[in-house]
Design a protein around this ligand. Structure first.
Ligand code: GLU
Length: 466
């Protein structure tokens, strides 16, 4: 059975790159009817935090990336790593090394001076040292010295490295704790991972891991190393680009379905299709179609995709999210508010839930002041009489619906021999405070009669006071 895993280190947020790795790994398991494992690589106790673990779990849940096994925590698996290290020592595939920091430092300096790649020189490799009280010991893997390691990567193609390039890496520190390459190998082996999908920052570790796997008598998984994600300036994506944790996008009003869709297109494509629901992603996904080159993060594209989802999502879902947002910002709205009409009116015009919620605040709260430019242009003495007439006719209107509102506006235009801009725009600024909104008759309808009349009165006093 196909089995993939996502193995984040909880040393920071779950960022975009991590989320994409998780998605590709998850997609492949779904596609193949396999299983997906979540494994938290928390052995670096100084840098791992509870909050980061929580951020990973939250992110997976928000994106709906469910796992069949786990979360496993490496800190709960030390006995297995210790057993594997012992096995390697017993087999003669690992050895104790007592080289001091000073010796290693001097070695490194000499190699740098001689313009060689710094590497361990195998000083203790054949000494057959046994740990004792007097010295500090690490355990090193006895990397083969002959031949080469070759693997076929689903993204990078054939990768081949000479064993002479690889030194004897430390697999247990002097306090006995295992190092990254050892824990990954033991876990991938014991969890029966068949496909390792991860960032290509790990591609250099892979030949070492393959050697350890072989020494442990394990079968090697297949690999897919994902190219990195760049910011729109071509530099590696980082906080400077606003590359924050994935949950920030939730906070900012993106939909998880849109986020997944955006992530899947970061480095993978299927013809020129842009919008994929989850079922389509699973159907079309293939490790072999992943781009070889880095992909670039682009906020505009993310916004566009999010907008597509805002437009096509069930209205109730959007209404629910908008209400959540309004609750969060402490905006009171009446129970009788016709959210369906409001959301229908706005969802074509915004990119995020937050933007939608912000755009409709005027429906619930009186704005503090007019947008200066808008007021200067539209709330002038010439608008006074048309506004008064609108006020009169609106107050008599029984059925507060957009067609009837439209008729009144048209009739005022006729009565004064004006055009839409000269009547509709003062009305818009009067009721929304600014010069942008959906069609004015719809806008006036969703604001409601009482608020509309009060705001026209406010605009009339504003003009009169000038
Ligand atoms: N824990 C590693 C990281 O977060 C990933 C290890 C792996 O996927 O093999 O970078």
């Amino acid at each position: 059975m196909i089995k993939t895993r996502f193995a984040p280190s909880p040393t920071g947020y779950l960022h975009l790159g991590g989320a994409r790795t998780a998605l590709f790994s998850w997609l492949y398991s779904k596609k193949m009817g396999g299983a997906f494992v979540l494994r938290i690589e928390d052995t670096d106790r100084e840098r791992s935090t509870e909050e980061s673990v929580q951020a990973i779990l939250d992110g997976m849940q928000w994106l709906n990336l469910d796992y069949d096994e786990g979360p496993y925590y490496q800190t709960e698996r030390f006995d297995r790593y210790t057993a594997a290290i012992q096995q390697l020592i017993d087999q003669g595939d690992a050895y104790y090394c007592s080289c001091t920091k000073q010796r290693l430092e001097a070695l490194r300096e000499a190699q740098m001076l001689a313009k060689q790649k710094p590497r361990y020189d195998g000083n203790c490799r054949e000494l057959g040292l046994r740990p004792d009280e007097k010295s500090e010991f690490v355990v090193r893997f006895k990397n083969p010295q002959q031949g080469e390691v070759t693997f076929s990567d689903h993204v990078k193609g054939t990768v081949s490295v000479n064993n002479s390039e690889l030194d004897d890496l430390i697999i247990a520190r002097s306090d006995g704790t295992p190092t990254y390459n050892l824990t990954v190998v033991v876990d991938d082996m014991e969890m029966k991972i068949t496909h390792v999908v991860r960032g290509d920052d790990h591609v250099n570790n892979t030949p070492r891991q393959i050697n350890i796997l072989k020494a442990l008598g394990a079968e090697c998984p297949e690999y897919a190393h994902l190219p990195m994600i760049l910011g729109d300036d071509g530099k590696r994506l980082s906080k400077r680009h606003g590359a924050v944790g994935i949950m920030q996008y939730c906070e900012d009003g993106y939909l998880p379905e849109a986020m997944l869709n955006y992530l899947v297109r970061l480095g993978w494509s299927h013809g020129d299709q842009e919008i994929f629901n989850t079922a389509e992603m699973i159907e079309h996904f293939s490790l072999d179609d992943i781009n070889k080159s880095a992909s670039s993060f682009n906020t505009e594209k993310l916004n566009w995709i999010n907008q597509q989802y805002l437009i096509s999502a069930p209205i109730d879902q959007i209404v629910g999210l908008v209400k959540q947002r309004l609750d969060k910002t402490g905006t009171g709205y009446g129970v009788e508010t016709d959210f369906q009409s409001i959301v229908e009116l706005y969802r074509q015009r915004v990119s995020t839930i937050n933007e939608l919620a912000d755009s409709i605040l005027y429906c619930f709260e009186d704005f503090k002041q007019y947008d200066e430019k808008a007021a200067k242009k539209a709330l002038r003495p010439v608008a006074l009489e048309p506004l008064q007439r609108l006020q009169d006719e609106f107050s008599d209107l029984k059925e507060w619906k957009s067609p009837a509102i439209h008729q009144i506006i048209e009739s005022v235009i006729q009565q004064f021999g004006l055009n839409m801009a000269k009547v509709g725009q003062p009305l818009r600024v009067a009721v929304t405070g600014g010069s942008f909104s959906p069609p004015i008759d719809d806008t006036v309808e969703i604001i409601g009669k009482a608020k509309t009349l009060a705001r026209i009165a406010r605009a009339i006093s504003y003009i009169s006071a000038k």
